[in-house]
Ligand binder design. Structure first.
Ligand SMILES: Cc1cc2nc3c(=O)[nH]c(=O)nc-3n(C[C@H](O)[C@H](O)[C@H](O)COP(=O)(O)OP(=O)(O)OC[C@H]3O[C@@H](n4cnc5c(N)ncnc54)[C@H](O)[C@@H]3O)c2cc1C
Length: 455
């Protein structure tokens, strides 16, 4: 019988920072962290290795799973803010949330992150320019590590924590049972692991599992929103005056036609568009490197519209999945269309794509996004492209590329208290898996918070 004081399920941002803080606290607790993905050095997307041009649906997906979680091969943008990226402040308080995120930043810096610049929107003229054009700039400090530096930092954190915390990879949690003294966790391989405190930090890729587990333990989760949108890719020069100053700008616009809010999300100057596979559904995302030798000539960012449902439909993720599935059906994966073609109501085909001045950084299927995106969200996005064109002329060019679909799935919200503990005592749910956080900074901060409570 294998007994632990604490078991952490999921070695993503939340799990990594929880294990770091437990190691640093030099707690005498016996800790195990498991993850269904691979160790960091074995995480390689076949597209990146040049083995395939399109997503071949690895199981589990290397982009989403393994040491460092969805953050490892990401852009590594740590936004220190409570304006977006989750609701951690609602649970732990505004000051505490900011202190935890600043602390995460310090830890990253101590492992090599200080070489990356910390950008801030605090004294930016961009706010005024945006306001004059009906756009709203959200406040944040952001440290952009870049995918390459991010991986190096995570490898160092792994080295530090693995001396103290036992870690098992390619180990999937299957079921959780409450026992007298804590919990029994059974893995897909049939291992039976026992612990007093159980921490679930399974991120977005564990969304279905966590919903099922909560249901089995009698914890009622609440449906969250789903964000649907497209990823925009254009020559980096178009946004250079903005990205040079604040790196990532979160701009929000209320559309005239529907009064919906559209926002920019995950801006990647000189970056690459990538595909990602969540529960077998291929969607689009983006990242960029810190090393200028790896820069592309393009900037990419998402334009997202939030969707919430009340009666009689509750499953917002299913709505997002259905739209993504439609794009997968038509394009075999991600679709790409020139903005000019979308406005003219015609498909972008290989011939038109070949004439495009903007060279795509992702091999996607040229197609017609209006056959996939619901009219309302597509109208919202087109209106936003024209709004952005006022502060970054060139955004609405014919050859601006739109990739679809980008879906931001949010896990159902698990009811937790300020300790991020559920009504089942000793069971903690952190990071994006809880529906409380949606970002690297906040997920990592939630890990530090619970580690301090348990150490
Ligand atoms: C391509 C991409 C780029 C991104 N870029 C940014 C960015 O620049 N800035 C930002 O703030 N956010 C970014 N994000 C979002 C960010 O990665 C997440 O908010 C963050 O990783 C959440 O951390 P987490 O620990 O909660 O979950 P995750 O990082 O998703 O980790 C969860 C882990 O749990 C494991 N797991 C799941 N189910 C099980 C199970 N049953 N058993 C065992 N293990 C399991 C998974 O394998 C995974 O490793 C990006 C996401 C993607 C996909």
């Amino acid at each position: 019988m294998e007994n632990y004081d604490i078991i952490i399920v999921g070695a993503g941002a939340a799990g990594v920072f929880m294990s770091y803080e437990l190691t640093k606290a030099d707690s005498s607790k016996k800790v195990l962290m498991i993850d269904k993905g691979a160790p960091i050095e074995e995480r390689q997307c076949p597209i990146k290795r040049g083995l395939t041009e399109r997503c071949i649906r690895c199981n589990p997906c290397h982009i989403m799973n393994g040491y460092g979680g969805a953050g490892t091969l990401s852009d590594g943008k740590y936004n220190i803010t409570t304006d977006f990226g989750g609701d951690l402040h609602v649970y732990v308080g505004e000051d505490k949330a900011m202190e935890l995120m600043e602390y995460v930043d310090q830890v990253l810096c101590s492992f090599g992150g200080s070489e990356a610049k910390l950008y801030s929107t605090a004294s930016s003229d961009l706010r005024t320019l945006a306001l004059r054009n009906d756009l709203h700039l959200l406040s944040a400090k952001v440290r952009h590590l870049g995918t390459d530096r991010n991986v190096e930092i995570l490898k160092k954190i792994f080295e530090y924590t693995s001396k103290k915390v036992e870690m098992r990879f390619r180990t999937t949690a299957a079921s959780v049972e409450k026992t007298d003294g804590g919990f029994k966790l059974t893995t897909e391989k049939g291992e039976e692991l026992f612990c007093r405190d159980l921490v679930l930090a399974t991120g977005r890729s564990g969304s279905r599992w966590i919903a099922r587990t909560c249901e089995q333990l009698g914890i009622k989760t609440k449906s969250n929103r789903v964000d649907i949108g497209l990823r925009v890719e254009l020559p980096a020069d178009v946004f250079k005056h903005i990205t040079d100053e604040v790196y990532e700008s979160k701009l929000v616009y209320r559309t005239k036609q529907y009064g919906d809010l559209v926002r920019t999300f995950c801006m990647n100057p000189y970056g690459e568009v990538v595909s990602e596979n969540t529960n077998g559904i291929v969607t689009v995302n983006g990242h960029s490197y810190a090393d200028p030798a790896l820069f592309t000539r393009n900037t990419n960012f998402a334009l997202l519209v939030a969707n919430r449902f009340t009666e009689p439909f509750h499953n917002s993720n299913e709505y997002g999945e259905s739209i993504a599935r439609l794009s997968n059906m038509l394009g075999g994966g991600v679709l790409v269309q020139r903005f000019g073609d979308l406005i003219k109501g015609r498909r972008t085909n290989e011939h038109r794509m070949a004439k495009c001045f903007t060279a795509p950084t992702l091999k996607a299927t040229p197609g017609d996004l209006s056959l996939v995106m619901p009219k309302r969200q597509l109208d919202d996005i087109i209106e936003m492209v024209y709004a952005l064109d006022k502060i970054a002329p060139g955004t609405a060019n014919e050859d601006t590329l739109l990739y679809g679909v980008e879906v931001k799935f949010y896990n159902s919200t698990v009811p937790v208290d300020e300790r991020l503990e559920t009504e089942v005592k000793g069971l903690y749910v952190l990071g994006d898996g809880s529906g409380v956080t949606h970002s690297l900074s906040q997920a990592s901060a939630s890990g530090v918070h619970v580690a301090r409570l348990l150490a």
